[in-house]
Write a protein that binds this ligand. Structure first.
Ligand code: M1P
Length: 254
């Protein structure tokens, strides 16, 4: 594939990639009409994609059911599930990489650890198995929005997830896994290297000379850190969707 595919854009060799939570939308919230319009305008200028840690169903909830057609590239689970112009690209699998028995030991440890945790609320879905990762939540993924917000504050005060991650690192030092605290109530677990830079392999051969990336967690330990610092990427650290739009106005006058 070459930039010839993108000749309808003013800058066919440039792509803008966006994190989702906190960058295109509020955390686990919905895209605004203003952001939709900005992305539509941007698509006349360059190629546009998103790369998030969540899985595609959650991203569709946030970006709209038509997410696959709003972007040229859609990268769910850091690009482990990927689409180019709505067509699925080759997938990779966490379970194949790790193997059933090592995965079972990891899940067993997590469930025991959560069972022993003294936290104010526990709900359900503590382990969410995905294509390219497993997502672990001490409170459980099916908590309400209010419970989610309260948990985030509690976790910041007590470092529940941070201690959990340290325990996992100690227990499974030879698994080659990365533990990434990217959202409010959970952390993602995936093989080292399967962070957001994973999606860049899908862009090889496209002829892009400039890859912009925008993310709200571009600090050490944040899940945008690796791609923000990748040498092939021009990183933009923003704090929220309004800042994303302001940065695009500066860069592309839209
Ligand atoms: O996109 C950031 C994170 O969003 C969710 O995190 P949480 O539910 O903890 O707010 C999850 O989908 C997580 O996988 C993702 O990295």
């Amino acid at each position: 594939m070459t930039s010839a595919d993108w000749t309808d854009r003013e800058f066919p060799n440039t792509i803008c990639l966006f994190d989702v939570d906190g960058t295109l939308t509020p955390a686990r919230g919905f895209i605004s009409d203003e952001m939709r319009q900005t992305l539509e305008d941007l698509r006349k200028k360059c190629v546009v994609g998103f790369v998030g840690g969540s899985d595609l169903p959650k991203q569709k909830e946030q970006l709209g059911a038509e997410a696959l057609s709003m972007f040229d590239f859609c990268f769910s689970e850091n690009g482990l599930t990927a689409f180019r112009q709505g067509v699925k690209l080759p997938e990779n699998s966490f379970i194949q990489h790790l193997g059933e028995s090592r995965y079972a030991a990891l899940v067993n440890f997590c469930l025991r650890y959560i069972a022993d945790l003294e936290i104010p609320q526990k709900r359900g879905t503590f382990v969410e198995f995905r294509q390219g990762m497993v997502n672990i939540s001490p409170i459980g993924r099916n908590c309400s929005r209010e419970e989610r917000n309260n948990y985030e504050v509690y976790d910041l005060q007590h470092g529940v997830r941070q201690k959990f991650v340290e325990a996992l690192e100690k227990e499974f030092p030879d698994y080659g896994l990365k533990y990434s605290i990217g959202g409010q109530i959970s952390f993602d677990v995936f093989p080292i290297g399967w962070d957001k830079t994973y999606c860049l392999r899908h862009l090889e051969g496209e002829g892009f000379t400039t890859i912009h990336f925008f993310g709200d967690k571009a600090f050490k330990g944040g899940n945008d850190w690796e791609i923000y610092n990748d040498e092939s990427v021009t990183g933009h650290s923003i704090k929220n969707p309004d800042e994303t739009r302001a940065e695009l106005k500066k860069l592309f006058d839209i």
